[in-house]
Design a protein. Structure first.
Length: 337
């Protein structure tokens, strides 16, 4: 249950009247008592003005999705799964778009303090464990999607295993000089996929060459854009020698990479990551994340948590699947795994 003014008063060692005067900005409170009450309120995740507004406006059947980017193929697939589940039950959906260029934790706290919904789905919001831990004080139902923290329900994919499978598949087709089309190194998905890329190279006795990990110059959305993929592939095609093949960290970057190959008249086999709907129509081999299923199952988890706050924490990690299409064909032969 969320904290009340009674809880605040008890922990701060003051009367309920004192707590009320602090929250109403009354002048009849000492600075010491005011500071103590506000500190305790913050520790317990209590935001008086916003909480009161929330009580007046929120509905008990509202679920909120919090995302860093709305215009994103990955999010749209996740959203499809969320809507599939919500169509089965009497819950409303709202979406809150936070800015990836501002302090993520502060923005997440802003959302939680205002109690706009009964439960929250945080999609591709990547915080440090200590930050997620500090957010537990708000005591509201939360499910993480494309992220993992032991204190909350979560649904994610083994990104390292996905990259590992992509590199192994390219090697099984006869390639050794395998590049990785990357994105911003601080991105958590990139860290995991780079780890899988390196693991595969190590097992195949192929020395890791940092020059073969290439990203574009355009870093909005952490570099997960068509433009960044185009720029990175142009760099690869100017290498001497050109890489034998390429693992792309996302399908949307692979879209740009394919355009770069078309514009230059040079091509190498590539495998993307995600399996967005567009990938099938472009003949893009890829590592499939069950995105719609992830959205559906995460929403089910959240509703279960809303109905049963004391249930055991659920951690689901999907194993990604290799999907072979024409982008990995060499002389008419596809990757065989």
């Amino acid at each position: 249950m969320a904290a009340t003014i009674y809880d605040i008063a008890k922990k701060a060692g003051v009367s309920i009247a004192t707590v009320s005067r602090v929250f109403n900005n009354s002048g009849n409170v000492s600075d010491k008592a005011r500071k103590k009450v506000l500190t305790v309120a913050d520790e317990m995740g209590y935001h008086p003005q916003a909480f009161a507004q929330g009580l007046a406006s929120r509905k008990n059947n509202t679920v909120m999705i919090v995302v860093p980017v709305i215009s994103n193929y990955f999010f749209m697939e996740i959203l499809g799964g969320v809507q599939d589940k919500l169509s089965e039950v009497n819950y409303e959906l709202s979406i809150f778009n936070i800015s990836p260029n501002k302090d993520l934790k502060k923005q997440v706290e802003h959302v939680l303090k205002r109690r706009w919904a009964e439960g929250y789905l945080f999609v591709s919001i990547h915080l440090e464990d200590k930050d997620w831990e500090s957010l537990q004080k708000y005591n509201v139902p939360i499910t993480l999607v494309d992220e993992y923290f032991g204190g909350f329900d979560s649904v994610s994919v083994d990104n390292a295993q996905g990259a590992y499978r992509a590199v192994k598949a390219l090697h099984d087709c006869g390639h050794r000089r395998i590049a990785m089309l990357s994105a911003m190194e601080t991105s958590k998905p990139i860290k995991d996929r780079l780890r899988g890329y390196k693991k595969a190279l190590g097992e195949l006795d192929i020395p890791f060459d940092k020059q073969l990990v290439v990203k574009g110059d355009t870093m909005n959305r952490d570099g997960f854009t068509e433009r960044a993929g185009y720029e990175a592939m142009i760099k690869m095609l100017k290498m001497d020698p050109i890489p034998d093949a390429c693992f792309c960290a996302s399908d949307i970057q692979a879209v740009g990479a394919l355009k770069a190959m078309q514009d230059t008249g040079k091509s190498i086999p590539i495998i993307g990551y995600d399996d967005i709907e567009l990938a099938e129509y472009m003949g893009l081999s890829t590592i499939r994340q069950p995105m719609r299923e992830m959205g559906f199952f995460a929403t089910q988890n959240l509703i279960d948590r809303m109905n049963n706050p004391d249930k055991t924490i659920s951690q689901t990690i999907y194993t990604p699947e290799l999907i072979t299409r024409s982008s990995t064909k060499v002389n008419g032969r596809a990757v065989d795994v």
